[in-house]
Design a protein around this ligand. Structure first.
Ligand code: SF4
Ligand code: SF4
Length: 372
């Protein structure tokens, strides 16, 4: 195969923080054990060898919990093994999503050496961040994260900010955006906070309702648009993806493809799942210690996960926004009493696209004419 992207969870969902909205704590109810432990070097070696044998180009993306808890020795082993198995000219990419609190100079040098692209979770200002992102004693993690961010900035290691949107955050989106800008954090991604998988939507203290989401998207768009036109471009993943789609490009995220795709989630014990939101025993498609990635992909296609994933909001079929929205993430779709599915954020997307489409099209046209 040409390209292979693996999302590896070296310490499963283990984390040094206890964020109030963490969906892994909810997901772990569906596991046989409370977590999958830590990946041993034999499993890591096996997955590296298979991946580099089977694909021309590989992206190893690390996620947790907090993947840095695996320790530098694990990551040194991983990158050195990948060098050993890598064929001449074969391209290997690394990404890692972290809460940022464990970053030290030594780690930062390592990430720089191996050209990791990092994602750092930061929910805006100190007050907003510390409301939800706490350690086990309930202390906010903002100071620790910011120390890490400074180290990355000083060493010029590329990273983007991942900001989770709750209703509180949505209401304060302008101050969050301005705060990021003032701190030189120009690459941003905003994601709606997830309610627990079986809970009624919008009822948690950290929920994000459709109404607030629509308002946040519109405000954020106004700010972003003014900065882009003013010659101070900020990368906001969702908006930049819409622009690229308007120009005929492919979106980067499966949530914008219009269908679920195999995400190759590799748990610490080597077991593989199609999507990080559904790491449940019933959706396990195999194990890197026994199966090739080609076989895992084939097994996934016939699995109950993809059968379920096909079922989307029936309104999408004749929706004018489908070319951009594509129905959103399957995890946001709820089953109705009559068996049909509805995207919880559908009305928010409709409102947002109606509000922003003219300006998005104008920006796309200017990019096409190379006026930026
Ligand atoms: S459920 Fe969402 S995140 Fe998972 S594969 Fe489908 S679109 Fe992607
Ligand atoms: S706006 Fe709603 S109906 Fe339209 S594509 Fe998106 S989810 Fe589907």
């Amino acid at each position: 195969m040409d390209q292979l992207q693996l999302l590896i969870k070296p310490v499963s969902a283990a984390c040094n923080l206890r964020c109030r909205y963490c969906f892994y704590l909810d997901e772990s109810k569906y596991w046989k054990n409370t977590d999958f432990g830590m990946m041993d070097l034999e499993t890591a070696g096996c997955l590296i060898r298979r991946a580099l044998e089977e694909a021309e180009e590989c992206t190893f993306a690390f996620q947790g919990g907090e993947p840095m808890l695996a320790g530098l020795s694990f990551f040194r082993f991983f990158t050195e093994k990948a060098e050993e198995y890598r064929k001449p000219g074969q391209r290997v990419f690394y990404t890692l999503q972290t809460n940022g609190t464990l970053l030290t100079k030594e780690w930062v040098e390592f990430f720089k050496k191996w050209r990791f692209l990092l994602g750092v979770s930061l929910d805006g200002t100190r007050k907003l961040h510390d409301e939800n992102r706490t350690d086990a004693s309930g202390n906010g993690s903002f100071s620790g994260v910011f120390k890490g961010i400074r180290l990355l900035q000083e060493a010029a290691v590329p990273f983007h900010i991942l900001c989770v949107l709750t209703n509180d955050h949505a209401e304060r989106i302008q101050s969050i955006y301005r705060f990021f800008q003032n701190k030189g954090l120009q690459r941003q991604q905003y994601i709606p906070c997830l309610d627990p998988i079986d809970a009624k939507r919008g009822k948690m203290s950290y929920s994000l309702t459709g109404e607030k989401y629509a308002q946040a998207l519109k405000t954020l768009f106004d700010l972003w648009y003014a900065d882009v036109l003013g010659g101070n471009p900020v990368y906001i993943r969702q908006f930049d993806n819409y622009l690229s789609m308007l120009l005929g490009g492919q979106p980067e995220a499966c949530t914008m493809y219009g269908r679920c795709t195999m995400q190759n989630i590799v748990e610490a014990d080597g077991s593989v799942y199609p999507c990080d939101f559904y790491v449940q025993e019933k959706y396990c498609v195999g194990n890197v210690k026994e199966d090739s990635f080609l076989d895992l992909a084939k097994k996934a296609q016939g699995s109950s996960f993809f059968e379920k994933a096909e079922k989307r909001d029936i309104r999408c079929g004749d929706c004018r926004w489908y070319p951009l929205c594509r129905g959103g993430c399957r995890r946001d779709c709820d089953e109705m009493a009559d068996g049909s599915f509805r995207n919880y954020y559908c009305e928010a997307y409709q409102e947002f696209f109606g509000y922003a489409i003219r300006r998005m099209e104008m920006l796309a046209a200017r990019i096409e004419r190379r006026q930026f």
